[in-house]
Design a protein around this ligand. Structure first.
Ligand code: ZN
Length: 512
């Protein structure tokens, strides 16, 4: 008979370990925002030490014994004598803790340390390589990282493809076999829509977005939108970084970053909305479960669904701009005073194949993801060497998007992900788009006045709905269970494709 106190002992041990992860996350946030460039090497060591400590503590005999009093350590099955005494929340806590434990246990401490160090260093080399457009500079680091990730897949073990082991880190339950047909079907629809848009007589005037916009005012406006969304600045902050991101150390400290360009107004605006969606998820997690899996986001795909829902379903909708456009005009009267709301709405929804993923529209974005998914698969499965990547990249981008990078900075070097070893991460972006459309469709069904509320700048009903349906659960449910539970459907691209058809059919005047 185990008393509830020992479940508390497990939780408090997990929280203690989480403090190490959070300390490392603060250092990583600092590395991306304010750290002096000269301290890169020591920061890599500091991060590696903290992550190794956390790993060692999590895989220690102490955790094994605490966990082992509830589950069979080899299989994760709840012990028969515990079955009936534990509630659903405890079951989920143990299921997810065992998942993390059994994965961590498979990775030797020396390997974790080596990988952390490589990632932190490679990230800094990548920044320089991208700046100087020099893939060769990054090549040795990337080669080492690919070998380490292949090794990690072997340690973790997998069925069918080593890529599945890496994918499972970011999107538990997702597999190559699931993604291939999903992406193939989606691609057919995207190409069809892209052709219709290409043949449309409607041409957005995007030059209105690339006038000169004061950068401080842009950031202030981003802050205003974040507040309006319900992002709590008492429990978060907005800073600048090269690559916008969200990081959280607790629901009371969930930070977002953006970047700002004088002559590219949508960049700062939409990264604020996007990261705001991520930030709301982190602020909406249960503080009571902090430090345990039930206080963490389900998966990157679900995380991305939150940012995409706000960025695209809300932030690029007519209702949203009905409310916000007069305010944007007030902020930039010289630039936008004479521009009609419809013209602005069309411009921010321009669809055009381009080279850079993070600046891509909501339709072609997914083609970028498919390119990366295919390349990663080739590399991790060992069919392509790392030094062949620039050429392969350019060929695939040409095939999918019909455009060709003129250099590696706007080609293979554009994304930060591989520099921190995040192979298997990219597919979660497209999954996020699909989940976002499914969730937003459901939100509209549940709240008949949703669009009206958005049009009046009242975003709180939507935020509260997401808090209640998605955020507060942490990892209580798997991604597929949560989506099924909230929308009554399994993962499908239908609502996403339907949204695109409706929106772009109207904007570009074609019928589907
Ligand atoms: Zn995101």
């Amino acid at each position: 008979m185990t008393s509830p106190a020992s479940l508390d002992s497990l939780k408090s041990k997990l929280r203690e370990i989480h403090h190490l992860h959070d300390a490392a996350a603060v250092l990583s946030w600092d590395q991306e925002t304010y750290m002096p460039a000269g301290s890169g090497a020591i920061r890599a060591e500091q991060l590696a030490t903290l992550q190794t400590l956390a790993h060692n503590q999590f895989t220690s005999p102490e955790v094994e014994s605490l966990l082992g009093s509830f589950v069979d350590i080899d299989t994760g099955t709840i012990l028969p004598n515990q079955e009936t005494t534990l509630d659903d929340t405890a079951h989920a806590l143990l299921r997810e803790t065992w998942r993390d434990f059994s994965r961590a246990k498979k990775l030797p401490s020396s390997f974790v340390n080596k990988l952390e160090r490589e990632c932190s260093l490679a990230q800094q080399i990548w920044q320089e390589a991208r700046k100087t457009n020099d893939f060769q500079r990054f090549l040795p680091n990337l080669e080492r990282l690919v070998r380490l990730k292949q090794q990690e897949a072997e340690y973790l073990s997998y069925t069918d493809s080593p890529y599945n082991a890496l994918l499972d880190t970011f999107e538990p339950g997702s597999t190559v076999a699931q993604l291939r047909p999903l992406f193939a079907e989606l691609r057919t629809h995207l190409i069809r829509l892209l052709d219709q848009i290409r043949n449309s007589p409607v041409q957005p005037n995007t030059s209105l977005l690339t006038q000169s916009f004061d950068t401080a005012k842009q950031v202030d406006f981003g802050r205003l939108v974040l507040k309006q969304m319900g992002y709590n600045f008492q429990r978060g902050r907005l800073d600048l970084s090269a690559h916008p991101f969200t990081t959280a150390f607790h629901p009371t400290d969930a930070r977002v970053t953006t970047r700002v360009f004088e002559k590219d107004m949508p960049s700062c605006l939409f990264s604020c909305i996007h990261e705001g969606g991520h930030g709301l998820y982190e602020q909406g997690l249960s503080p009571q479960h902090y430090g345990t899996p039930l206080g963490e986001a389900i998966s990157l795909g679900i995380h991305e669904s939150q940012s995409r829902l706000w960025e695209n379903s809300v932030g690029r909708s007519q209702a949203f701009w009905k409310y916000l456009y007069p305010k944007l005009q007030e902020t930039f009267p010289e630039q936008l005073g004479a521009v009609q709301a419809e013209e602005f709405y069309l411009a921010i929804n321009q669809v055009v194949p381009s080279l850079v993923r993070v600046e891509a529209d909501e339709l072609t974005y997914n083609l970028h993801i498919m390119v990366r998914f295919e390349i990663e698969l080739e590399v991790i499965e060992g069919r392509v060497e790392v030094d062949e990547l620039p050429e392969l990249w350019n060929a695939k981008i040409e095939e999918y998007l019909g455009v060709t990078p003129s250099n590696d900075a706007e080609g293979v070097l554009q994304d930060v992900h591989w520099s921190f070893g995040a192979f298997g991460y990219f597919p979660t972006y497209t999954l996020g788009n699909l989940y976002a459309a499914m969730l937003f469709q459901q939100a509209k069904q549940d709240m008949a006045d949703l669009e009206q509320n958005i049009g009046q700048g009242n975003f709180l009903p939507l935020k509260n709905w997401l808090n209640d349906r998605v955020h507060k659960w942490g990892r209580q449910y798997s991604a597929s269970d949560l989506i099924q539970q909230v929308t009554g459907q399994a993962l499908t691209s239908e609502p996403f494709v339907k949204d695109l058809e409706e929106k772009f059919g109207n904007l570009y005047q074609f019928s589907t």
